[in-house]
Ligand binder design. Structure first.
Ligand SMILES: Nc1ncnc2c1ncn2[C@@H]1O[C@H](COP(=O)(O)OP(=O)(O)O)[C@@H](O)[C@H]1O
Ligand SMILES: Cc1cn([C@H]2C[C@H](O)[C@@H](COP(=O)(O)O)O2)c(=O)[nH]c1=O
Ligand SMILES: [Zn+2]
Length: 199
């Protein structure tokens, strides 16, 4: 059977605030690639152990098997020679070398799908995302819903008292807010809505 060679790969970046659906979108793309009989490997930073140590897990509990790594270069140790698609979640937790790693994979003919925060809790660009966005072929910016006013949210409001850039957490530690409702410093959580629409 004839197989057409795939000369060059590319980089896709899915960015946005927390709760905007980055991980869901990464999982959707990976699942479609698997339906398309592509050989896929998924990686995530070891530091992201909030829902599971090995699986990529969305806030809505969608799950994907992944390999946890500390440094982006470790992808090459784990990479199978026949892998056609590489997914990387929480890409903002890797150092600047993740950009070269993604580019090297793309030059090898791999489709690289990265998901990560474009802004930190203060609304500052979250390195290395700006550099990755600059070299990506495809960029998708996701938006959440602001829990204060209901408008599209592009920021992540920190709710726990810390000025460290990296503080791993989910609901309870962060909430989605629009630029008007976002504060550049930690604050109290928005009170919950009491409508009983879900079980
Ligand atoms: N304020 C919010 N706006 C939109 N979705 C939210 C919000 N809070 C919680 N969610 C849930 O988070 C899911 C997205 O989760 P996920 O893909 O893990 O987001 P991300 O990776 O961008 O943090 C949504 O489908 C929804 O179920
Ligand atoms: C804004 C912000 C977030 N983080 C952490 C919190 C979570 O562990 C991840 C983001 O996960 P998600 O899949 O996008 O929901 O990043 C952080 O360390 N510093 C920040 O400023
Ligand atoms: Zn708002």
């Amino acid at each position: 059977m004839h197989q057409f060679p795939k000369d060059i790969g590319w980089i896709e970046v899915i960015c946005g605030s927390m709760f905007s659906g980055k991980t869901e979108e990464l999982i959707r793309r990976v699942k479609r690639a698997v339906y398309g009989k592509q050989r896929v490997q998924v990686f995530k930073p070891k530091v992201d152990d909030r829902y599971d140590e090995t699986q990529v897990v969305s806030h809505s509990q969608l799950k994907l098997t992944s390999t946890p790594i500390e440094r982006a270069e470790e992808i090459f140790y784990h990479l199978s020679p026949d892998t056609q698609v590489v997914g990387i979640d929480e890409v903002q937790f890797f150092g600047p070398e993740v950009v070269q790693v993604c580019e090297a994979l793309a030059y090898r003919g791999v489709r690289v799908i990265c998901a990560g925060l474009d802004q930190d809790y203060q609304g500052r660009p979250f390195e290395p995302m700006p550099q990755l966005l600059a070299v990506a072929e495809y960029v998708t910016k996701q938006l959440a819903i602001c829990v204060v006013c209901g408008n599209p949210a592009n920021r992540s409001q920190r709710l726990v008292s810390s000025e460290a850039r990296v503080v791993v957490g989910a609901a309870g530690a962060y909430e989605a807010r629009c630029r008007r409702c976002h504060l550049g410093e930690p604050t109290e959580a928005t009170p919950p809505q009491t409508m009983e629409l879900f079980d």
